[in-house]
Design a protein around this ligand. Structure first.
Ligand SMILES: *Cc1c(COP(=O)(O)O)cnc(C)c1O
Length: 373
């Protein structure tokens, strides 16, 4: 039995009839692009987020890009974010012509160190882009204070945080806009690519509608550039609409998997050994990934392969260390916590339908490996 961090086939087995009925519904609807399913999903996803306005788009990267453009971020502007994220967060900033500015993360929960943000603000700063990494929320109160004081916009990267909460606030409802990815592995995943932006601001919403539709306000009439073709696919929208009803259940099951890891690995946890993830105060974690740390990470991963267990690293390279995104302002050592944790983190299997037997087998193998490295 080969074990991987993510698998969707068991879930598909359970949901097959519902999902295929959705595909059939779209195919026979007579309208294959921006039809009833995209509209219905946008209504439902907005309603889930307390009545936000929602625009479905083609993927999470473009959700971030269009949201930045809709917030009037462009060439010459700076956007403050983190380097410990999926590269698309930063690629989206670069694609608008703006410059990413990095702050470090906190060592205990890997989230943006909001204490460092004010010192990174310049006359060019236009927006803050916190990433609700691994499935839990960045502390937004200090960011809101800074945004109000300096006249900045906040875009939340919610690609890993569908359904996550900080106290009673849902991820995506605390900024000026929020971008989601529905890449299949995400907490709410499509059967292909998808994304969405939510906002409470009607002007931002109007911008988004135009940006995803060639810059047009009505068919064939361009009112703005850039215009993109970034529509959410109708089939994916219908699948997402059906899966959205089960989002809270997925989150529950991810939390049950996390609890099992905690119960069965807590005794191994040590500052110079395995370290389990911490949940920041007030957060409801959705565990997009279950990220642990070990100082001899590479040896642990190699040894696990002998047990047919293939784990993953989210992410092996901080964005500022990649050649394609290098910036002389961020030489090696400039974001010390980000760089240190990147060498130690790895992800244990995590998905809602993870069988208990597979999880226990993984835990047993990990215990054996850790005793030997
Ligand atoms: C997945 C992800 C993205 C990109 O989403 P795509 O749908 O793959 O384009 C952006 N930011 C973060 C934090 C992600 O995890």
């Amino acid at each position: 039995m080969t074990i991987r961090v993510w698998d969707y086939l068991l879930e598909y087995g359970k949901e097959r009839e519902d999902l295929l009925a959705g595909v059939e519904q779209v195919f026979s609807s007579g309208r294959l692009v921006l039809g009833e399913s995209v509209e219905a999903f946008e209504t439902d996803f907005g309603a889930y987020h307390g009545g936000r306005l929602c625009t479905g788009v083609d993927n999470g990267t473009n959700a971030l890009k269009l949201a930045l453009e809709a917030l009037s971020v462009g060439p010459g502007d700076e956007v403050i974010t983190v380097s410990n994220t999926a590269a698309p967060t930063v690629l989206a900033i670069v694609s608008t012509g703006a410059t990413p500015v990095f702050v470090d993360v906190r060592e205990d929960d890997f989230l943006m160190d909001t204490d460092q943000v004010e010192a990174a603000i310049t006359a060019r700063t236009r927006a803050l882009l916190p990433v609700h990494l691994y499935g839990q929320c960045v502390d937004m109160a200090p960011l809101r204070g800074l945004a109000d004081r300096y006249g900045l916009k906040i875009l939340e990267d919610c690609a890993q945080a569908h359904g996550a909460r900080h106290h009673d606030q849902l991820a995506g409802t605390m900024g000026d806009a929020a971008a989601f990815s529905f890449y299949p592995t995400k907490v709410l995943g499509a059967y292909g690519d998808g994304g969405a932006v939510i906002t409470a601001d009607e002007d931002v919403q109007r911008n988004l509608r135009q940006l995803r539709y060639y810059g047009m306000d009505t068919a064939y009439y361009v009112v703005r550039v850039p215009g993109h073709n970034s529509r959410l696919d109708e089939v994916q929208a219908e699948i997402l609409r059906r899966k959205l009803r089960r989002l809270d259940e997925y989150v529950e099951r991810r939390n049950a998997v996390a609890r099992r890891y905690e119960e069965q690995l807590a005794d191994l946890s040590a500052p110079d050994g395995l370290r389990l993830p911490a949940t920041a105060p007030g957060n409801r974690h959705v565990y997009y990934v279950y990220v642990v740390r070990h100082p001899r990470r590479d040896a642990v991963l190699e040894a696990l392969k002998e047990h047919d267990i293939f784990l993953n690293i989210s992410y092996p390279w901080p964005v500022h260390t990649m050649s394609g995104l290098a910036d002389p302002k961020y030489p090696a050592g400039s974001l010390p916590v980000t760089e240190k944790v990147a060498g130690e983190i790895f992800s244990l299997p995590m998905y809602p339908s993870l069988p208990e037997s597979v999880q226990e087998h993984t835990i047993a193998a990990l215990r054996e490996v850790l005793a030997a490295v």
